[in-house]
Design a protein around this ligand. Structure first.
Ligand SMILES: *Cc1c(COP(=O)(O)O)cnc(C)c1O
Length: 440
């Protein structure tokens, strides 16, 4: 391996260096993640319980096989090649602007065709459903990043796609809807009159802005009542989703070898935990098996603080109580978060795996205010030239705070953060921020 010059900005891998396996950290954890429970029997869910929602291969990955490495199918790797490996970028201009001795790197998932990391799991989910003979996938979306990713993945594998989009995002982000429709999906604002869960919410409040929890109820209901023709796909939270996202951190490990550096701290924004998990878990896995230690820091909105202020308990994944119970950090399944612009972070719960890592003391969590995040996002845009997604600004904010702490302490630490997506469909949020219209 040749050494990168000291002025290098982008650490790039070739297409044939894309990871060919996903990493399941369960194999290396000191204690198992508490299982999902059937809401009626309160017993651990079985493959048969999940069968109305997911195809067999997804269920096997969700329940875990005990394998540390899971092969990525060739058909999925062929699609990954459209944008993977994603770049690891040294934020040299931001470092200079902050006058910090810290080295700041970001792993940029905005290079994907849908502008975020979500498509890393949309593709295998669509593929496994296609292989199982499923014709239609139904899902929910917050800001629209997941919906557009699943819409494109369905298009790659010839599946129909139907998306319930949280109304507040539907109204704030009309171009995300247009993108989903361009990729061939059908989009409904949630709450919708099309499901019992949606009708109940509309009866209570005809102006309801919706929530991810409610949109999940609508999509799960649509799959469960489809007579087997449609299955459901989830863009975060679940074990198989975090598994698929581990391509991010595995690539980053190889890219740090090119940079001859190693992160002291790994930072990610958390909604359901998938981009943070995808980036941080391969590093934590190395630590668990005797490799270098890292601080892993998850950053959430102060207005939806499931990890920092939620209780750690069994709760439903959706607001109507249709899903299995998950042991997780939760604000309660009835919680409707305020209409912040980081729609992808407006979720009452947290991945059971991330919640477990937090309980084990393997990671930290912090909550940040929306306006401080946009300030950091603008600062990043003006130096690095990428406008971060509102969700990603949470990671940017925490990375800048770490770099400023390095300046205070006079320590040259290495900071890695996940830039989970770009904000080109979120410019209204930046307009509102500049006009002083944002709070919290
Ligand atoms: C959905 C989303 C998030 C939050 O979801 P996670 O599952 O926690 O990653 C963060 N950033 C972007 C760009 C998103 O689209």
């Amino acid at each position: 391996m040749t050494t990168a010059p000291s002025s290098t900005v982008k650490y790039l891998l070739t297409e044939d260096q894309t990871p060919t396996t996903w990493y399941d950290v369960s194999a290396d954890l000191p204690s198992p993640v508490p299982p999902l429970l059937h809401p009626g029997t309160k017993e651990p869910v079985t493959a048969a319980d999940l069968e109305p929602l997911f195809p067999a291969e997804v269920i096997a990955q969700e329940l875990g096989t005990g394998a540390r490495e899971v092969d990525i199918p060739g058909a999925v790797l062929n699609v990954y090649r459209q944008w993977r490996p994603s770049p690891l970028v040294r934020a040299r201009r931001l470092e200079r602007e902050l006058d910090t001795p810290a080295r700041i790197y970001f792993k940029y998932e905005g290079v994907s065709p849908t502008g975020s990391h979500k498509i890393n799991t949309a593709v295998p989910q669509a593929y496994y459903n296609h292989r199982a003979g499923v014709r239609r996938l139904v899902t929910e979306t917050g800001a629209g990043q997941w919906g557009s990713s699943l819409a494109l993945a369905c298009s790659y594998f010839g599946l129909d796609c139907e998306v319930w989009m949280v109304r507040v995002s539907h109204d704030q982000k009309p171009y995300r809807r247009a993108l989903m429709e361009t990729f061939g999906a059908t989009v409904h604002a949630s709450p919708s009159p099309l499901t019992a869960a949606g009708r109940a919410a509309l009866a209570e409040d005809p102006e309801a802005t919706g929530s991810l929890g409610l949109a999940i109820s609508e999509a799960v209901e649509a799959a469960a009542t489809s007579g087997g023709t449609a299955k459901y796909a989830l863009g975060s939270v679940l074990h198989h989703v975090l598994l698929h996202q581990t391509v991010i951190g595995q690539e980053a490990i190889r890219q740090f070898e090119l940079a001859e550096d190693a992160p002291d701290v790994v930072i990610g924004a958390v909604g359901g935990g998938s981009n943070f998990g995808g980036l941080a878990i391969p590093f934590l896995g190395r630590q668990l098996t005797g490799g270098p230690a890292v601080r892993a820091v998850a950053v959430e909105p102060a207005s939806c603080p499931s990890l920092t202020a939620g209780r750690y308990d069994y709760d439903f994944g959706d607001s109507a109580g249709l899903t299995p119970l998950a042991r997780m950090h939760t604000l309660g399944h009835a919680f409707t978060p305020p209409a912040i612009h980081a729609g992808g972070l407006r979720y009452h719960g947290m991945s059971p795996l991330i919640s477990h890592l937090h309980e084990l003391g393997l990671m930290e969590a912090r909550a940040v205010e929306q306006t401080a995040c946009f300030e950091a996002g603008v600062r990043f845009a003006r130096t690095e030239g990428i406008v971060p997604a509102p969700e990603s600004t949470h990671a940017v904010k925490a990375a800048i705070d770490e770099a400023l702490a390095c300046r205070e302490a006079g320590e040259a630490r290495t900071i890695l953060f996940g830039l989970s997506g770009h904000g080109h469909f979120d410019m209204q949020a930046y307009t509102d921020f500049r006009a002083g219209r944002l709070t919290g």
